[in-house]
Ligand binder design. Structure first.
Ligand SMILES: *[C@@H]1O[C@H](CO)[C@@H](O)[C@H](O)[C@H]1NC(C)=O
Ligand SMILES: *[C@@H]1O[C@H](CO)[C@@H](O)[C@H](O)[C@H]1NC(C)=O
Ligand SMILES: *[C@@H]1O[C@H](CO)[C@@H](O)[C@H](O)[C@H]1NC(C)=O
Length: 348
């Protein structure tokens, strides 16, 4: 008995044509075959990039059965409500999952569905309906994006063991002060960037790891910064506190005088004075505050008289300065110009 199944034959021919192209991706032939045969009808599995499966923008209500050798999975812009254990059961090789803009709620994330992905490095779940950080998370995770959900708490210990995670994006959630405590971020020994913008924080978040370089807190209700806040954060370089409620009384005099600081953003607050800045600062945003005057000699991080005209050694590094939307009347004080010689742009 011998019957030729045309559809099957065609599939084999297609696969044969692909083999040479796939070799560059280091995918064994059997795996390639299994991968292509398991491509879900709803998805697009590009032949020259067999580790990627594209199921985005398809109106999907659930996650299709994902082929076993998938590394990159695109499921964004669908109507997915649940992450059951079985849909991703065989996809143990996943490196990257994009689930942005779906309708996943925390109670519909299967227990252990993520924890079992031993290689997962990037998990994107922006614009869903999560009320808490999913757990357990895989310890291989490097980037976790959970913007614009409804997260009001970070369960204690949820990040323990995640020593590769360097980016955590929680902007646009419902975190209040009790949602980010000393223990919340415990275990994130490689954290570089944390985004907590557009939450409901009224104080500076506690328990940031000493590796933190970028802290984004725009659009909260922060009124003051404790004097020793940056003591344990020797790498802090990019600090954004735009659109908060900081007045000069809430800012200890030299709180931002941190030698690692490069970019400081304090727009749309209630500051009445220019804070002390470090000599290495490159960008300073102070627009839309209540600053009435700029005293050049006190703003300059070094003594203007000590600067040598012939070299830029020891010259403050400031290149961009915004002071518009304050109560300052021109001209720019002469001392400011003499001090910040590397300024390329000043908005006043
Ligand atoms: C997982 O693989 C098994 C064995 O190949 C298969 O029977 C099952 O349908 C697969 N499940 C999913 C969700 O892909
Ligand atoms: C800022 O810090 C530098 C270096 O730590 C220090 O020399 C300087 O006096 C400080 N400036 C002020 C105004 O505290
Ligand atoms: C500017 O600051 C310096 C040093 O703090 C001070 O001596 C001086 O009086 C101030 N100038 C004005 C016009 O307030």
């Amino acid at each position: 008995m011998f019957t030729v199944n045309m559809a099957g034959l065609q599939k084999i021919l297609v696969v044969l044509c692909l083999v040479t192209r796939a070799i560059s991706q280091d995918m064994p032939y059997e795996e390639l075959l299994a991968q292509i045969q398991a491509c879900p009808r709803e998805c697009n599995c590009p032949q020259n990039f067999p580790r990627a499966v594209y199921c985005d923008n398809k109106g999907l209500k659930s996650i299709p059965k994902i082929p076993p050798y998938t590394w990159y999975l695109y499921l964004q812009n669908n109507l997915i409500e649940t992450m059951p254990l079985d849909a991703l059961q065989n996809a143990t090789q996943l490196r990257w999952i994009n689930l942005n803009r779906n309708k996943i709620t925390s109670d519909k994330v299967g227990e252990g569905v993520l924890g079992g992905m031993k290689h997962l490095a990037h998990l994107y779940m922006d614009d869903n309906l999560l009320s808490t950080v999913p757990s357990p998370l895989p310890v291989s995770l490097e980037h976790l994006r959970l913007s614009r959900n409804r997260i009001s708490k970070i369960p204690a210990g949820v990040f323990v063991g995640l020593d590769k995670l360097n980016l955590l994006d929680l902007q646009g959630n419902k975190l209040m002060d009790d949602g980010v405590t000393e223990v919340s971020l415990k275990g994130l020994t490689s954290l570089v960037q944390i985004n907590l913008a557009k939450n409901q924080l009224s104080s500076m978040p506690l328990g940031l790891p000493p590796t933190t370089t970028q802290l984004f807190l725009d659009g909260n209700n922060i009124e003051k910064i404790p004097a020793d806040y940056f003591k344990g954060l020797p790498k802090m370089a990019f600090l954004r506190l735009n659109h908060n409620k900081l007045g000069s009384a809430g800012i200890p005099k030299d709180i931002f005088n941190i030698s690692s600081m490069l970019d400081l953003q304090l727009s749309h607050n209630q500051l009445t004075e220019v804070p002390v800045i470090p000599s290495g600062l490159e960008h300073l945003y102070l627009d839309h505050n209540k600053i009435a005057n700029v005293n050049g000699s006190s703003v300059c991080p070094v003594s203007v008289d000590s600067l040598d005209d012939s070299t830029n050694d020891g010259v403050p590094r400031l290149r961009y300065l915004r002071l518009d939307g304050n109560e300052i009347s021109p001209p720019i004080p002469r001392d400011v110009v003499l001090c910040f010689r590397l300024l390329r742009s000043i908005v006043i």
